[in-house]
Design a protein around this ligand. Structure first.
Ligand code: HEC
Length: 141
């Protein structure tokens, strides 16, 4: 009888642990955002500064001031505020990540924002957003 009780206790405990782990895992998985898409029509918007001399350098200043605290100077997501974010930051230094979306889609995302990515449409001028993108594109090289 006693042995049976101990066994039962163990089963109950094991079940509780499995539930706890599953819950923690699910909560984490839900916090990592994976499906943020810009509207289709933004994909073909062209960056007016992409081949303008000096745009990258100006973009770097804008990026370092407004974006690096989360995304990091290198774009890897190592900014000082990154640790407190629930959402995983994209790695701009990884070409496979940074080349998936067009400048137009990023322009839309940066202006619109979502959850922990702040909307910059009232903070930065359109030109500044485009220039910041010119700079981000250099981080993946
Ligand atoms: C407070 C932290 C924070 C700041 C500041 C910030 N970002 Fe973000 N950014 C995020 C987070 C978090 C995401 C991921 C959002 C998601 O996937 O839902 C993100 C996503 C992005 C994306 C989308 C990448 C993709 O492939 O989907 C771009 C582009 C971007 N940020 C550029 C910028 C630029 C440019 C600036 C500065 C003008 C900036 N961010 C400032 C937190 C930040």
């Amino acid at each position: 009888m006693n042995i049976r009780r101990t066994k039962l206790k163990k089963i109950v405990l094991a079940t509780a642990i499995i539930f706890a782990i599953t819950f923690l895992f699910l909560e984490n998985a839900m916090a990592v955002h994976t499906g943020w898409f810009a509207p289709d029509e933004t994909a073909s918007l062209k960056n007016p500064f992409i081949s303008e001399k000096g745009a990258g350098a100006e973009g770097k200043k804008i990026y370092d001031k407004n974006c690096a605290k989360c995304h990091g100077l290198s774009g890897k997501g190592e900014g000082e505020s990154a640790g407190s974010l629930q959402i995983e930051l994209p790695d701009f230094s990884n070409k496979e990540v940074s080349m998936v979306e067009s400048d137009g889609e990023w322009f839309w995302k940066i202006r619109t924002g979502q959850f922990e990515m702040p909307p910059f449409q009232l903070i930065l001028k359109d030109d500044e957003v485009w220039k910041a993108i010119v700079h981000i594109r250099t981080l993946g090289k």
